[in-house]
Design a protein around this ligand. Structure first.
Ligand code: NDP
Length: 297
């Protein structure tokens, strides 16, 4: 039995037992909650049942077991396939549903409208950290929807440990943060994997490059803060590193990669965006000008 006694009388249902759904259910169990689980494909619940979870045979029975239902599946096509069956939708009426699956903000808004039309209390959410962080202080959860609903269920959500931030009542807001942050994450990781390939082609091993790559990581947080301020102020200062200079080093990466036969389309895309901003007369501005140019309609 867990040391987290405050949650012992609370209950929660988790629909979806992929790696993240299992991590969520496991954290609830560790915190002492009565945890009911269900997954489309049977068998994934076995370890959780051994730890005290209740396995429901159907989604509607899992929903009937708790006031708070958390769904975490691959995307909203999958959550729709589970939730938009008549018997499941009927079981959800009057209960609170939190969808922690990832998708585009439009799907969250569509699900919010569907929930409202069926008398389902609805919060949308996003998980910003990987499975090992769930149940630890490092977990980061974002929510949007009715603030009072978020507040009402905070005691159960807090059982997951980590931080639980309500971003606003507009139901698509958590997904909007999520999609922008995924844009940053995946382009960063794609850049890193490309750098590893380019370094290897030059005879530099991943282990040799890693400390310097981490050094790049440490210069980014203050740069993000400064760049965000410039975008808010509309200043786009190129002092210190104008686009005309930045684009030249981007071109070096393209040329070096292609000289080794390594696909450089990622950096070609960045170079193309920078050259477009320069072509529009912004060569003396900094990289942040690209955000403004990209955002023009
Ligand atoms: P997946 O994204 O692979 O999702 C697996 C789950 O989706 C399983 O429960 C699977 O059921 C279910 N599923 C897939 N298709 C369908 C369908 N058509 N109908 C019903 N259920 C379906 O794994 P995760 O658990 O890791 O991720 C869940 C969500 O959490 C995703 O949106 C992901 O982006 C997000 N997330 C994950 C993180 C991670 O580190 N893993 C980090 C942050 C967010 P079945 O077993 O039956 O196939």
């Amino acid at each position: 039995m867990s040391a987290h006694t405050p949650f012992q009388s609370a209950s929660v249902t988790v629909l979806g037992l992929g790696p993240m759904g299992r991590a969520l259910a496991g954290a609830f169990l560790d915190a002492g909650l009565r945890t009911t689980v269900w997954n489309r494909t049977p068998g994934r619940e076995k370890d959780l049942v051994a730890r005290g979870a209740i396995a429901a045979p159907t989604a509607e029975e899992a929903i009937a077991a708790s006031e708070l239902i958390i769904i975490c599946v691959v995307n909203y096509d999958a959550s729709d396939a589970i939730l938009r069956r008549d018997e499941v939708t009927a079981a959800l009426k009057g209960r609170t549903l939190v969808n922690l699956s990832a998708d585009v903000p439009g799907r969250s808004r569509d699900t919010g409208a569907w929930a409202a039309a069926h008398g389902i209390r609805y919060l949308d959410g996003a998980i910003m950290t990987p499975t090992p962080t769930i149940g630890t202080p490092a977990g980061v959860f974002l929510y949007s929807g009715p603030a009072a609903l978020h507040q009402e269920h905070r005691p159960v959500l807090d059982a997951l440990n980590g931080t639980h931030t309500h971003l606003g009542e507009e139901i698509g807001r958590a997904a909007a943060y999520d999609i922008a942050l995924l844009d940053l994450f995946w382009t960063s990781m794609a850049g890193f994997t490309h750098a590893l390939a380019l370094a290897a082609a030059e005879g530099v091993s991943a282990r040799e490059l890693a400390p310097y790559a981490q050094g790049i990581g440490t210069i980014l947080p203050p740069l993000f803060a400064q760049s965000a301020q410039e975008v808010e102020d509309g200043t786009y200062s190129g002092e210190g590193n104008p686009l005309t200079s930045a684009v030249s080093t981007m071109a070096h990466v393209v040329h070096a990669s292609e000289s080794h036969g390594i696909d450089a389309s990622l950096m070609r895309a960045a170079e193309g965006m920078a050259r477009r901003a320069i072509g529009l007369g912004h060569g003396d501005d900094g990289l942040t000008r690209m955000a403004e140019v990209l955002g023009r309609r």
